[in-house]
Ligand binder design. Sequence first.
Ligand SMILES: [Zn+2]
Ligand SMILES: [Zn+2]
Length: 300
Amino acid sequence: MGINAFSAPGRFWRGNLHTHSSRSDGALAPDEVCARYRDAGYDFLCLSDHFLSRYGFPVTDTRDFRTNRFTTILGAELHAMANSQGELWHILAAGLPEDFAETGETESGVDLAARARAAGAFVGIAHPQWSGLSEEDGRAMAPHAHAVEIFNYTCDIECARPDGAVMLDQLLNEGYRLGGYAADDAHFNFPDAFGAWTMVKAPENQPEALVDALKAGLYYSSQGPLIHDFAIDGEEVVVECSQAENVAVLGRGTRARNQRGEGLASVRLPFEPFRDDWLRVVVTDAAGRMAWTNPVWAGS
Ligand SMILES: [Zn+2]
Ligand SMILES: [Zn+2]
């Protein structure tokens, strides 16, 4: 069995990996952004300000805003030219060193992602649909990324382009092993926080443990539903979750099985279609809110 947050030791910690403050184009100061998430019951936050020269290449220092029940991961949203649209790449890097060197004048987005990964960060391909990323863009970035941003809340409410699942599934079908994280990308210019988050399974709510778990794929993502278990039991895929209206198992190409009903909390679906390949689960509640497991690879 491949990565699976549900069999790993520890507990789930709720956090947002993609957020902006007044160190770049966000409306609120870093301490206020941290306070908002802390007060909303989050366990951790990564402030990921735009790593651009006009903002002084910030890796926003949030260490002073940690408490005994809330922690922060240092990070940034990295930018460099050029994706297939001739525009800046947007690359989420959570777990950067405070002194991560500024982007070089000729450094490409792909090279920048590789440097962030080498520096220890969890690297995500941010908002592929919003950026208009091509399949070729995905292939270029995939070897350097840990994950695709499967859902971006701000891109959803601003311009109905939240999706990362299309790119994630394409890359999974091509053999890349990537996770999918959901995030707010909140700027606080309007209510764009607390709409999508990541549940990270780690032994403790400490930045190093959280980043290690993220890099290992030990998390699921949600807009509301909880996923308590995702396992293979003999010939069945087992999903335990908060009350759902649809539970779907997805795999290569058109492979999918689902169950619909009222108040689904424990679902068994056939494992056979997904044997020897990847599979992931999407849970949808009665309000249409989703939760996404990472893929697991049944063949290895
Ligand atoms: Zn962005
Ligand atoms: Zn952003």
